[in-house]
Design a protein around this ligand. Structure first.
Ligand code: F6R
Length: 616
C-alpha cells in the first residue's frame, strides 16, 4: 500500500522524487521521506509524519543535493505513523538506506537475531530489519556488490516486499527487489526510475519493466537497468509493457478534487469501454481467452472481490444469473480465502474484480482458484497489474487512473464490464439470442447520457447533504439490485465523511434496524420504478411514521415518493431495471462527497485508508 519512487541519472533527484510521491500519495499518506546519495559521499535525508506536502516543506530548507535517491509515502502496518517509523530506514553505519512496501512476517525473529548480533534498531517497523540485513551482507561476503547484498537479505525474509535501496558506497546505483508487492522500473536516456506503479513514470517514459516475484534489478546512473532472477542470473528479456496513460489524466484539470473529476469522467469511461463491443456474431470479448465451446460449458461462476469491487460482484451475480442462467457465488476475497469447502466443478469460471489489480486478498483468492484448476478472468483498471498478469484473461475497464481513494468511475465501469461478460456468457450458452443481446447492448450504450443527466443534477445532492451535516449515523435502504446500491452508498458515505452508515435490504429493516429510527434520523432510500417499487414505498412509510428524515433516489415524475420524503434525488428512467444501479449510484457518490465537504473532510484521502490494499 505504501508508495515507492526512485531515480538515478544526470539530474538532481529530489524534485522528481517529490513530484513522484505526490502522484503515489493515494497509496498511503501517514508519513513520508526521501534520501539522496550526496556529492560528499554520504546519505542525506528528510522524513516526517504527515502528508507529502509536509515533506515538501521540510525539503525546501534541507537542500538535498544528489542525483541518486529514493522516496516513500507510508501507510502504517507496524508502528505508529511517526517520523521515527517513516521510511527510508538506514542501517547502523548510516550508509545503506531502504524503502519498503509490504509486510515482513518474520520481522520479530529477525529483530531478535540482529539485536543479538549488535545491530541497533531504532524504529518499530518491520521494514528496518531489511537495511540491517543488507548491512550484514555488505560487511561480509557481498562487499562492493549491492545486488548480492540485497539478494542475500531478501533470502532471509518471509512475507511480501517491494524494495528500493541506495548505498553511499555504491553511488549512482539503486537496487530494487520484488516479492508480492508491485514494482516497476524504467530505463531512459535521462536516467533510470523505479516506482510502485506506473503513475509517476507516465511523465518520463512510455515503456516500463515490471519486476516479477523473486527478481532484483540494478538501476544505474547511465539509465541502464539490469534484472536478475532469484538465482542471480541476468534476465535477457524482462517482462515489460507500454504505458498508454496520459500523465495529465492524473492531475486535477480544474476540478476541486479527484473525486469530483472522477465522478464527472464516468460517462466517457463507459463509452470507451463499450465502443466496438457488438459484432455481427455477438458481443466481442476476446479478452476472455475462452472459446465459445469452453464458455458454453461453464456451469458455475465464482465472483471474488473486496470493498466497492465486491459490490460490483453482487450486481454481476444478478446479471449473469438472469441473462446467462449460470449459478453464481459472490464472495469477499478475505472470507473466501479461509473458507474450508469451496465447491468447484471442472468448468467453474472464477472472475476477480479489482480496480487496482493489486489487492492482496483478491490475488490470494485468484491463486487459490487457479490452484484448484479453475480458469481465472480479471476485471481490472490497472494495466499490467498483478491480477491482470496472473489471470487467464483480463478485461481492462479503461477508466483511466483513479486517484481518489474512494472508487467511483471504476465502480460503474466495472459494472458495465460485468454486463458485457454476462451477455457474452448468455450468448455462448444459448440462453440469449443475438437480437436480445443487441438490445441489452443498446441499453448499456444509453447509460453514459443517463449518467450525464444525473451529474447535471448535483445541486439536489448538495441540498440534501445538509441533512447529514450533524448526524451521527445514517441508514441506507434498497431492494433487489438496489440493495447493492444502498451498500455502496453507505460505504461511500462512511469512508469519506466518517459518518457511521449502515445499509440493509429495505424489507429487512423491520427485523432489527428499525429500532435505530427516531425523529430526524437520516435514511436514504433507493426506490426507482421497478418491480419492487411499491414494497419499498411501504418501507419509506414505516420510516416516515417514526419521524426519520428520508432522502430518496427516485425516478423522474414519481409523485408517490416525492409526496412522502424530505428530499428527492431524481434519476431519469433507465431502459432496464437491472441497469439502474449504474445510474442511481452516481447520486450517492455526489451526496457522499458533499456531506464530506460539509463536515470538513479530505474527500480524496480519507483517514486510515489507502487506494491499493496490498496486505491481507
Ligand atoms: C471503496 C474502495 C475500496 C476498494 C477495495 C478493493 O471506495 O475503493 O473498498 O474497492 O479496497 O480495491 P480493488 O478494487 O483495487 O481491489
Amino acid at each position: 500500500m505504501c508508495g515507492i519512487v526512485g531515480y538515478t541519472g544526470p539530474n538532481q533527484a529530489v524534485g522528481y522524487l517529490l513530484e513522484g510521491l505526490k502522484t503515489l500519495e493515494y497509496r498511503g499518506y501517514d508519513s513520508a521521506g526521501v534520501e539522496v546519495v550526496g556529492t560528499d559521499g554520504a546519505l542525506h535525508g528528510v522524513k516526517c509524519a504527515g502528508r507529502v506536502s509536509a515533506l515538501v516543506e521540510r525539503c525546501e530548507t534541507a537542500n538535498l543535493v544528489g542525483t541518486t535517491g529514493i522516496a516513500h509515502t507510508r501507510w502504517a502496518t507496524h508502528g505508529a505513523p511517526t517520523e521515527r517509523n517513516s521510511h527510508p530506514h538506514r542501517d547502523c553505519s548510516g550508509r545503506i538506506s531502504v524503502v519498503h512496501n509490504g509486510i515482513i512476517e518474520n520481522f520479530r525473529e529477525l529483530r531478535g537475531y540482529l539485536r543479538r548480533n549488535g545491530h541497533e534498531l531504532v524504529s518499530e517497523t518491520d521494514s528496518e530489519v531489511i537495511a540491517h540485513l543488507i548491512e550484514d551482507a555488505w560487511e561480509g561476503p557481498s562487499r562492493g556488490d549491492l545486488v548480492g547484498a540485497v539478494r542475500s537479505a531478501v533470502g532471509r525474509l518471509e512475507g511480501s516486499w517491494a524494495l528500493a535501496v541506495v548505498c553511499a558506497d555504491a553511488p549512482g546505483q539503486i537496487v530494487c527487489a520484488r516479492n508480492g508487492s508491485p514494482l516497476v522500473v524504467a530505463s531512459t536516456s535521462d536516467g533510470a526510475y523505479a516506482a510502485s506503479d506506473v503513475t509517476p513514470l507516465a511523465s518520463v517514459t512510455s515503456h516500463v519493466i515490471q519486476l516479477e516475484n523473486g527478481q532484483v534489478a540494478r538501476l544505474e546512473q547511465t539509465g541502464r537497468v539490469s534484472v536478475f532472477d532469484e538465482h542471480g542470473v541476468e534476465v535477457g528479456a524482462p517482462s515489460s509493457m507500454d504505458i498508454d496513460w496520459d500523465a495529465s489524466a492524473a492531475t486535477l484539470g480544474g476540478y476541486a478534487d479527484f473525486m469530483a473529476k472522477e465522478i464527472a469522467e464516468q460517462p466517457e469511461a463507459i463509452e470507451r469501454l463499450l465502443t466496438g463491443r457488438m459484432g455481427s456474431r455477438g458481443v466481442l470479448l476476446d479478452e476472455l481467452a475462452l472459446s465459445r465451446e469452453e464458455l458454453a460449458a461453464i456451469d458455475r461462476v465464482y465472483l471474488i472481490a473486496c470493498g466497492t469491487s465486491y459490490h460490483v460482484g453482487l450486481i454481476a451475480r444478478t446479471l449473469i444469473q438472469t441473462w446467462a442462467h449460470v449459478p453464481v457465488v459472490c464472495d469477499y476475497a478475505s472470507e473466501f480465502n479461509y473458507e474450508r469447502d469451496v465447491l468447484v466443478t471442472p468448468n467453474t469460471l472464477c472472475v476477480v474484480i479489482t480496480q487496482s489489480g493489486e489487492t492482496a486478498d483478491t490475488l490470494t483468492a485468484a491463486r487459490r482458484m487457479r490452484g484448484m484448476g479453475c480458469k481465472v478472468f480479471a476485471i481490472t483498471n490497472v494495466l499490467g497489474s498483478t491480477a491482470a498478469r496472473e489471470s487467464d484473461g483480463v478485461l481492462y475497464v479503461q477508466a483511466g487512473p483513479e486517484v481518489c481513494v474512494a472508487s467511483t468511475k471504476a465502480y460503474t465501469a466495472q459494472m458495465v464490464a460485468s454486463a458485457l461478460l454476462a451477455l457474452r456468457l448468455a450468448e455462448a450458452r444459448g440462453a440469449m439470442g443475438h437480437e436480445e443481446a443487441e438490445r441489452h447492448y443498446r441499453d448499456l450504450c444509453a447509460l453514459p447520457d443517463l449518467i450525464r443527466e444525473v451529474i447535471s443534477r448535483s445541486w439536489q445532492d448538495k441540498r440534501a447533504a445538509a441533512v447529514f451535516r450533524r448526524a451521527h449515523s445514517a441508514l441506507f435502504l434498497g431492494r433487489g439490485v438496489n440493495a447493492t446500491t444502498a451498500y455502496e452508498g453507505a460505504l461511500k458515505l462512511k469512508e469519506i465523511s466518517y459518518l457511521h452508515a449502515e445499509a440493509y435490504p429495505a424489507g429487512e429493516m423491520k427485523h432489527g434496524p428499525i429500532a435505530l429510527l427516531e425523529p430526524g434520523f437520516p435514511v436514504v432510500a433507493i426506490v426507482p420504478e421497478d418491480r419492487v417499487h411499491d414494497k419499498t414505498v411501504s418501507n419509506i412509510q414505516e420510516v416516515i411514521a417514526r419521524g426519520a428524515t428520508c432522502v430518496a433516489v427516485a425516478t423522474d415524475g414519481d409523485e408517490s415518493v416525492a409526496s412522502l420524503v424530505e428530499h428527492v434525488l431524481w434519476i431519469p428512467a433507465a431502459p432496464d431495471e437491472l441497469l439502474v444501479p449504474i445510474v442511481a449510484v452516481v447520486h450517492l457518490q455526489m451526496l457522499a462527497r458533499y456531506v464530506a465537504r460539509l463536515r470538513g473532510c479530505d474527500v480524496d484521502k480519507p483517514r486510515n485508508l489507502a487506494k491499493s490494499v496490498t496486505v491481507e
